[in-house]
Design a protein around this ligand. Structure first.
Ligand SMILES: Cc1cc2nc3c(=O)[nH]c(=O)nc-3n(C[C@H](O)[C@H](O)[C@H](O)COP(=O)(O)OP(=O)(O)OC[C@H]3O[C@@H](n4cnc5c(N)ncnc54)[C@H](O)[C@@H]3O)c2cc1C
Length: 398
């Protein structure tokens, strides 16, 4: 007899671990599997040095699944989002516009946390829950569904019977493939370097996105590191340039990144390894199949702009959780999954398209296009209601 549970989560990345904590806290019996044991320390091989900026609406969800209390002390608040156009002849700011969270509420836009630390705290939270079984080192290998249940084969040779399979197994999602759901992918020929820096000028909780060409250069506040102000950087460039930057001697790289940052924080110093990530846009044609729901990068991938990636994934999770709690007896049935697809698909498509446009605008090389981008930023910013709407849309509250 296969083992049984309510929800089998394929994938224990940040999205899958959060889903396990959320469904577990709501009382469902959860099994979560991932072939790669989570790396929960900063300075070891394989650690994920990206950070996640959790936007305001995420806080409630993280609180309800017992995660926020573990994370709050490590989180750097994001009070101001600054957008800089440096597309002139020299890498200097020529348009600088600031969006202040105080224009919307008394809360910051969000909070930034390192991914390796998120994994550490999430795994610790799952260990507290008797109804959640997290199995690192185990992969899903096959999917067989019927109207009433799914049977999932695991890499240890066992099988699990579940009412709902949640595919949170990344952009190449094996469970999405097993369910026969196609994806549309856009490639930009771009890569992102992600790493941490220290700098002499304090960030004052300002997140800064600098546009020149090749893609945005973004500094997101982190708590001080070894007594110095610190930020996480995501530097997007065309592939060959990104590989060159990755291979540079640290001192040469530091000069290059200080120039790309327009010197806004003084000389930047590397405070971690450099990691590199391919950049694509991708959306699944459907968000669900029989007894399976896709979430996070299994469902949608966007370039890292405006902290949308994981925050869209939490939107998926919130929707699935609401549907599951509203009608627990219908967990994973056709009505629930149709409602999930309907609630999320158009919203995701809109965000994937919007971020695609922003990324293309940030990549442009030709000077007239860069000038048009600077004018566009000015025009949008100068209209107060548009500015407010943009901020709300960025947070996912509109
Ligand atoms: C440079 C960069 C910066 C970013 N910054 C932000 C940000 O500031 N804010 C934000 O909201 N988002 C950000 N994102 C996006 C965010 O990192 C992702 O959306 C997020 O990590 C979601 O990942 P995931 O859990 O869906 O996928 P992954 O992290 O890819 O996790 C998928 C997991 O599935 C596992 N898996 C694979 N095959 C199987 C199998 N057969 N069985 C079981 N498990 C399997 C893998 O081992 C992996 O652990 C950024 C992305 C990049 C590239």
């Amino acid at each position: 007899m296969p083992e049984s549970c309510d929800i089998l989560i394929s994938g224990g990345g940040i999205a899958g671990l959060t889903a396990a904590a959320a469904f577990g806290s709501a009382g469902f019996r959860v099994i979560c599997v991932d072939p790669a044991p989570p790396v929960t320390e900063r300075d070891v091989d394989g650690s994920d040095l990206r950070t996640t900026a959790f936007l305001q609406p995420a806080q409630g969800l993280l609180e309800s699944c017992g995660l926020w209390a573990r994370l709050a002390d490590h989180a750097a608040p994001l009070q101001i989002m600054r957008i800089v156009d440096a597309g002139g002849d020299l890498p200097e700011p020529r348009v600088v516009r600031e969006f202040n969270a105080a224009d919307l509420s008394d809360k910051p836009f969000g909070w930034n946390l390192p991914n390796w630390l998120l994994r550490r705290e999430m795994v610790a939270r799952l260990a507290e829950m008797p109804n959640v079984d997290f199995r690192p080192g185990t992969a899903t290998t096959s999917l067989f569904t019927r109207t009433a249940e799914a049977r999932v084969g695991l890499s240890d040779g066992s099988r699990v019977q579940a009412r709902l399979v949640v595919a949170a197994d990344g952009r190449g999602s094996p469970m999405r493939e097993a369910a026969g759901i196609a994806v549309h992918t856009t490639r930009y020929g771009q890569k992102a370097l992600a790493f941490a820096v220290t700098h002499p000028i304090a960030h004052q909780n300002v997140s800064t996105e600098i546009h020149r060409s090749g893609g945005p250069f973004t500094l997101v506040p982190l708590p001080d590191w070894q007594g110095q102000p610190s930020s996480a950087i995501v530097w997007m460039e065309r592939g060959p340039q990104a590989l060159e930057l990755l291979a540079m001697e640290p001192a040469v790289f530091e000069t290059a990144m200080t120039e790309r940052s327009c010197g806004l924080f003084g000389p930047l110093k590397l405070a971690s390894r450099r990691t590199i990530w391919p950049i694509i846009s991708q959306q699944a044609e459907r968000l669900a199949g029989e007894r399976i729901a896709l979430m996070a990068e299994a469902a949608h991938v966007v370039p890292p702009i405006g902290a949308q990636g994981l925050n869209m994934s939490l939107g998926d999770l919130r929707c699935l959780l609401d549907l599951a709690q509203a009608r627990p007896e219908g967990l994973g049935d056709a009505a629930m999954l149709a409602a999930y697809h309907k609630a999320r698909h158009a919203e995701i498509a809109l965000r994937v398209k919007g971020i695609d446009l922003l990324n293309r605008a940030s990549m442009v090389e030709a000077r007239p296009l860069r000038d048009a981008r600077a004018m566009g930023l000015n025009a949008l910013y100068s209209l107060a209601p548009v500015r407010r709407t943009l901020m709300q849309m960025g947070l996912g509250v509109r």
